[in-house]
Structures are given as structure tokens and as C-alpha cells.
Design a protein around this ligand. Structure first.
Ligand code: PLP
Length: 379
């Protein structure tokens, strides 16, 4: 089977985890601190706070800027459902913003329109608390424009950088643009800790609050154990952090291999009906997923295509989700077909192809040959 993704786990990773487990010190400690420092240094942020997964990271990021009951958070419509759920879990309401067809990222013009409308109604304006763009599939949202728009309304931006460790715009990395950046170490990301997440920030007060909130609301300043607010147990374990440490050492190697794989797919798809993902001159795309857009004629046959490819030993899947059309958000807020048309089109046409560090040229050729054969049969 040509898998959709294969994590790059090697002997040094196994050894690091083995050693920590054998030590008997298993929950948040020295290895978590070392891992946090490695990520902070790599990204170029003052602080990194490790947590149990990126959903927890996003949840704490919103709580750290006091997002609460009745607030509104503007969020990309096209993402894994966690991006919207964390807003709802704070008691706030997501306001979904459509995406750009080429980048799959929040459309700054759509953001500007929605914000102008909200801000012109005083009762709504005072509820708007934050903007949550997603760096979809490893390509950063246009944070130059988004932060510009946000700053005219004095709104904080939190980056959902779950898929974007190592991505940058003009060499300024994801996780250093907004007030906070949230990363995932789920096995479908470039490097993994099994489950795992981290929040990067340059703000010392926010870093302190995050360290408290992830650990039951502990007073991080006090010598004695005490608690300053109700918090969570969102801690990362020591063996996950040890794995994170060895994984960080190979991150650049993995990203380069994924970029090489993406280039090969781009070549194989040249002059075909299948649209490869865009790359932008000023951006470093880390290809957490390699997402193509199927031509309209076969988009509605995507399930059949995924099944046929599976029978040929090729694992593929859809891109990601149109969150406002999920049962919960459409029922609660009345979102319906046609409200966010670009996200709808991308949701319908997208297909994720296998991509990982060790994928071989002949495997990629096989994937594209089967894809094109299917397309030729139905067009
Ligand atoms: C864009 C995005 N945000 C958030 C998450 C949640 O990350 P985690 O699975 O680490 O909780 C994911 C996970 O895939 C994601 O892709």
C-alpha cells in the first residue's frame, strides 16, 4: 500500500522514548522544557508552551486572550473541525470567512468585508474578539494583509499553524506573526509526538498564563503549590517531548524531502486536468498535505476514485472540512449551501495524495497514472 503518510520514526527516536520511559519520570518536566526551547529557537519566538495536542493549544490560546461567552471570533471556513470547536468551547461564536481558491486560506478581502459589516453595528462590534486564520496544508495564510486588517480594528490574530511548522513568508516563520501560533504534532504532520501541540508567543504575560492554564491553573510564580484560576490538564508527557526533540533534529530534512516530492507531483501533473497546489514566490510551503483539485466532471465521483485507488494499493483522502456546513454549525447558526462558495467548491474538488519523506519517484508516478486513467475514463 502506498500510504497517505508515513511518519519518519528512526532508531534515535525509539531510543529517546525508551530512555525516558525507563527513567520513570513521565509527565511534563525537563524533556518538555528542552523540546519547548528547540521549537522556540527554530520558529524564532521568545516562548513555546507544549501541550497535549493542537486542539488544546488553540483552546488555551483563545482563553489566554479572554475569549468568552458571547464573543465573536472570525475564522477560516475550511479546516479541521477543531479550529471552530475551540471557539465554541469558550462559549464564543465562530464567524466563518470564505477562502481563496488557489491557496485554500482565509480570503483577506472576505475578512475585510465581514469585519466592516460587523464593526458598523456597535452591538456586534464590541463582541468581536479575535481573528483565527489557518495555514491550510502547510501554506501560510496571507498574514501581511490579515494582520494589517486586524490592526485597523485593534484585534489580535491567533495562527492555526497546526500544519505549518517551518512554513514562512519572506523568511519570517509561521507562529511569529500573530499574538500566538498553535502547532500540531499529530502523525499526519511533518514531525510527530503521537499526539502533541505547542503554542509560540513573544508575550511573556501570555506565556505565563498558558503555562498556568495547561496545568490546572497553577501559580507559576509561587514557590508553594497554589492555584490562581481553574485550568486544565493539557500537559505533554516526557516521552512525547523526548520524541519531539529527536524529531526536531530531522525537521528540515523531512521538509526538504516533502518539497522534492511535491515538485515531482507538480511535474507529473503539468498539462493535465488535475490542478496542483499553488506555491508562492515569497512563501515557503511545507506541504503537510499535497492537495490537488479535481476537475468538476469527476469531483462528484471522488468517493469512487478514492475506492478505486485503494484497490490499486494507493491511499488518498479528501482535503479537509467545510466547517459551517457540518451538522452542528449549520443547525446552530443557519449556515447553508451557497454562503461560502469557494470553501464549498474546494471541499468538493480536493484530494490529498500520498506524501512523506521516503516516498519513491515510481510510487508517485503510479499515483498520478492511476489518477489520470480515472479522469480520462470519466471525462
Ligand atoms: C488546521 C488544524 N487545526 C487544528 C488541528 C488539531 O490538531 P490536533 O489533532 O493536534 O489536536 C488540526 C489537526 O489535524 C488541523 O489540521
Amino acid at each position: 500500500m502506498i500510504r497517505l503518510t508515513v511518519p519518519s520514526i528512526e532508531e534515535d527516536d525509539l531510543q529517546a522514548v525508551r530512555e525516558v520511559i525507563a527513567s520513570g519520570y513521565l509527565v511534563q518536566g525537563r524533556h518538555v522544557e528542552i523540546f519547548e526551547q528547540a521549537v522556540a529557537n527554530y520558529v524564532g519566538a521568545n516562548y513555546a508552551i507544549a501541550v497535549s495536542n493542537c486542539t488544546a493549544a488553540l483552546h488555551l490560546a483563545l482563553l489566554a486572550i479572554n475569549v468568552q461567552q458571547g464573543d465573536l471570533v472570525l475564522v477560516s471556513a475550511y479546516s479541521w473541525i477543531a479550529t471552530a470547536n475551540v471557539i465554541e468551547l469558550c462559549g464564543a461564536q465562530p464567524v466563518f470567512i470564505d477562502i481563496e481558491r488557489d491557496t485554500f486560506n482565509m480570503d483577506p478581502d472576505a475578512l475585510q468585508n465581514t469585519l466592516s459589516n460587523l464593526m458598523s453595528v456597535p452591538a456586534l462590534a464590541k463582541r468581536v474578539k479575535a481573528i483565527l486564520p489557518v495555514h491550510t496544508f502547510g501554506l501560510m495564510a496571507d498574514l501581511t494583509k490579515i494582520i494589517n486588517i486586524a490592526s485597523t480594528y485593534n484585534l489580535p490574530v491567533i495562527e492555526d499553524a497546526a500544519c505549518a511548522l517551518g512554513a514562512d513568508i519572506n523568511e519570517k516563520k509561521a507562529g511569529t506573526w500573530g499574538v500566538m501560533g498553535c502547532f500540531s504534532f499529530h502523525p499526519r504532520k511533518a514531525i510527530t509526538t503521537g499526539e502533541g501541540g505547542i503554542i509560540t508567543t513573544n508575550d511573556s504575560a501570555i506565556a505565563r498564563r498558558l503555562r498556568s492554564l495547561r496545568n490546572h491553573g497553577i501559580d507559576t510564580e509561587s514557590k508553594e503549590v497554589d492555584f490562581i484560576e481553574p485550568g486544565f490538564n493539557y500537559r505533554m508527557t516526557e516521552f512525547q517531548a523526548a520524541l519531539g526533540g529527536t524529531q526536531m533534529n530531522k525537521l528540515e530534512r523531512i521538509i526538504r524531502a516533502r518539497q522534492t516530492g511535491a515538485k515531482r507531483y507538480n511535474e507529473l501533473l503539468k498539462n493535465t486536468a488535475i490542478k496542483p497546489p499553488v506555491s508562492l514566490k515569497e512563501q515557503r510551503h511545507v506541504y503537510q498535505s499535497y492537495i490537488v483539485l479535481l476537475p468538476e466532471q469527476i469531483a462528484n465521483l471522488r468517493d469512487k476514485l478514492i475506492n478505486q485507488l485503494k484497490n490499486e494499493g494507493i491511499e488518498t483522502t479528501i482535503g479537509t472540512y467545510h466547517m459551517p456546513l457540518s451538522k452542528y454549525y449549520s443547525t446552530r447558526y443557519g449556515y447553508k449551501l451557497g454562503d461560502l462558495p469557494i470553501a464549498e467548491e474546494v471541499r468538493r474538488r480536493s484530494l490529498a495524495l500520498p506524501l512523506y519523506e521516503t516516498i519513491k519517484q515510481e510510487e508517485q508516478t503510479k499515483v498520478i497514472n492511476h489518477l489520470l486513467t480515472f479522469n480520462d475514463k470519466y471525462v
